[in-house]
Design a protein around this ligand. Structure first.
Ligand code: GLP
Length: 260
């Protein structure tokens, strides 16, 4: 894994967007994996800025979101379909037909999960998957003890995740209890992974994911088994990394041909 520690959350957004923009320039019809939550918002804002000023063309890009709540209508402002439309599809002027979100309203959720897997396969797989990380180490909505082999399926949210996400809803009771999420196996199939984290609340999860044992108790630790995983964090989220100085030194001495 490549660990990049940056002075501020804003710089995480800018550098992550630069890396994604490079993927799209190399492959104009790239398939991006999108994450929701606060962590990637600065990335989407930076990419939208680049599409506005004409330095980035995303007209042929397609995308798959990681997850969706079960039990709230698509029109709900906090459904991930609505969030992706508001934060990504609209600002980047992506073709809505090319942006998919798991169908959390399906009557048959198992079939909806299988359809989603099939759609990702049919698109040729995800070139770069953006990830945030939950305070308990979840990626997507793969809560602790999720199988490393899991595919898109229903999951029950932990109380921790529900309370963390309560800020987006009128009351804690309004936070859905279930979701449809890409599995860890699905995520690991992406050709490249880019996980971003900012703030002190993520420091323990980042340390466990990067330097802890690979264990389903910290689902993000499976990234240690990916060939191309980059972790970009601000100083607060990096605070509990044992080898922080090594990562900073490595990034400062990155060969020019390897720059983002
Ligand atoms: C959410 C999402 C994840 C996200 C994580 C962290 O519930 N399902 O994809 O990475 O939890 O969220 P945030 O970035 O808001 O801290």
């Amino acid at each position: 894994m490549e660990i990049v520690i940056l002075p501020s959350a804003a710089e995480v957004g800018v550098l992550a967007a630069r890396k994604i923009a490079r993927v799209v320039r190399d492959k104009p019809d790239a398939v991006l994996g999108l994450a929701t939550g606060s962590s990637p918002l600065a990335i989407y804002a930076a990419l939208a800025e680049q599409t506005r000023d004409g330095s980035l063309d995303v007209s042929r890009v397609s995308a798959f979101a990681l997850d969706e709540y079960v039990g709230i209508p698509a029109e709900h402002p906090e459904s991930y379909a609505a969030v992706i439309a508001r934060e990504v599809t609209g600002p980047l002027h992506l073709d809505p037909a090319g942006v998919q979100v798991p169908d959390g309203r399906a009557v048959d959720l198992e079939a909806a999960g299988e359809r989603y897997e099939e759609a990702i396969r049919a698109a040729g797989g995800v070139d770069l998957q953006i990830l945030g990380i939950g305070a308990n180490g979840h990626v997507g909505f793969n809560e602790p003890t999720s199988s490393f082999a899991s595919r898109t399926r229903i999951k029950t949210l932990t109380e921790r995740t529900r309370s963390d996400n309560a800020r987006f809803f009128d009351s804690a009771d309004d936070v859905p209890t279930h979701c449809l999420t890409q599995g860890l196996g699905t995520i690991m199939d992406a050709r490249e992974l880019l996980l971003v984290a900012q703030g002190p609340a993520k420091a323990a999860a980042v340390a466990a994911a990067v330097e802890g044992p690979v264990t389903s108790m910290c689902p993000a630790s499976i990234l240690q088994h990916h060939r191309r995983a980059t972790i970009m964090v601000d100083e607060d989220a990096a605070a509990r990394l044992t080898l922080g100085d090594y990562y900073r030194w490595t990034y400062a001495h990155k060969p020019s041909w390897q720059q983002f």
